[in-house]
Design a protein around this ligand. Structure first.
Ligand code: COA
Length: 162
């Protein structure tokens, strides 16, 4: 089953307002404190923000399987949101979205990438380490819902293929 899914073509392109019902369904199954539709709409309108979906094409339809939201500000890219439909996890979709973010960073002369992650989110931390991120600091009690610390991770963009 998983091989079959892996063979499906993935398309990464801009998130559209019409994607929001699918995006919100993934968001709500993925997070303790999910973003609201209003928060996604503000990201779609924000000049600093870039919102992308990973789409899977089936015979008669295309579905949103994952998405990423990040900001390009000055010479940094800041990851704000990333989630994959539970049905399609562990098939490289998040890694592909992280690679797409890095490529867009390079195209915009950005030199560094940063993000915050819950210290308990071991899956995401493993993903970010695989993408070259290292922990550079901690924001105590950053997540007010669970009173959890955030790890601050950084990676440079220089390893991107030219
Ligand atoms: C974290 C998340 C985005 C990973 O998405 P994914 O598409 O399943 O990840 P990938 O298949 O691209 O995995 C890439 C790497 O991440 C790590 N990883 C991802 N999921 C993992 C898991 N469940 N257990 C261990 N490592 C994991 C592995 O290093 C993996 O590389 P490998 O397959 O070569 O071992 C996904 O689990 C998710 O949506 N979680 C809920 C939302 C969330 O936590 N988002 C991040 C907020 S900071």
């Amino acid at each position: 089953m998983s091989d079959k899914k892996n063979s499906l073509p993935v398309i990464i392109d801009r998130m559209l307002i019409t994607d929001l019902p699918e995006v919100l369904a993934i968001e709500q199954e993925s997070f303790h404190s999910p973003w609201t539709v209003g928060m996604f709409k503000r990201e779609l309108e924000n000049a600093h923000s870039r919102c992308f979906c990973a789409r899977l094409n089936f015979e008669d339809k295309s579905i949103v399987a994952a998405y990423i939201v990040f900001w390009l500000v000055a010479d940094e890219v800041h990851l704000h949101n990333l989630a994959v439909d539970k049905e399609y996890r562990r098939q490289g979709l998040a890694f592909q979205l992280m690679e797409a973010m890095k490529e867009i960073a390079r195209q915009n002369q950005v030199v560094a990438q940063t993000l915050e992650v819950r210290e308990s989110n071991t899956e995401a931390i493993k993903l970010y380490r695989k993408c070259g991120f290292v922990v550079k600091g901690v924001r105590p009690l950053y997540y007010t819902d669970t009173k959890e610390d955030a790890l601050i991770m950084w990676a440079d963009v220089s390893s991107v293929k030219k």
